[in-house]
Design a protein around this ligand. Sequence first.
Ligand code: CU
Length: 278
Amino acid sequence: MHRLLPLIFVTAVACDGDPKPRAAASTAADEGAPYVIEIRQADYAYAIPSQIKSGWVTFQAPNEGEEHHVAVFLKLPEGVTRADWYAAMANPEEARSAEWWDEMTDAGGTGAVAPGRTAVTTMYMEPGLYGVLCGVIAPDGTSHWVKGMHTTFEVIDEPAGAHEPTADIRLTLGESGFEQEGRVTPGTHTVAVHFAHQPPRRTHDVHVARLEDGETLEAAIALMARPIEPFPMAFVGGAEQGPQGRTDYFTVTFEPGRYAWVCHLNASSGMAQEFVVE
Ligand SMILES: [Cu+2]
């Protein structure tokens, strides 16, 4: 198991090298290909490259632990260093009193994902320094980030050149909840998530719950109020809180059955929607 997976920082090595001439036929297939970065999630740590390129980045986040995990991205304000982040995170009681804490901005992230599954979320990443944390609560009542499940990465000012994904489902997250275009059928779908309106402190996101027999939407809504393990159902990914106006993408392979779109902070006020895949 990866219980003791240390916070390791490795330099991104995939897909780099010198830009290839556009005219070369042999490289045409690679033009705009997804730029994939792995975020390994364990109980309770991430392993993610220390530096990645900018532009459209597809984050693949396998859950190698025994509890659910998420990866919330926060863009650190100008001048705030990795050391500032780790110092704040080492003192959970004082973290929110750091003067820059409220100046961090939502930058998306991968949605809740059950053990053994992989969340896949694609976002347009601007250069800068980012913090990552997991807000799931362990059975002992302690948040995963307090147990050490947090890290940082830098997006360097060098475009990876990946194209924006193509979606066949679109969710608009706004004042009236989820507005869905397109129907979810069995198979793999890429869902575009447009953050049309992000109310302060009640920002929207979307997590996809898989509801087996006897598992209810009501239980998923109740869970969002305090996402403590053990979860009463499995989650299969989604898109964490992105900045207003941005469109992020997540990819899920759906099986026939019941699912729900659930917004973490607004589920209790009606932002939770069950649907059937058939
Ligand atoms: Cu976690």
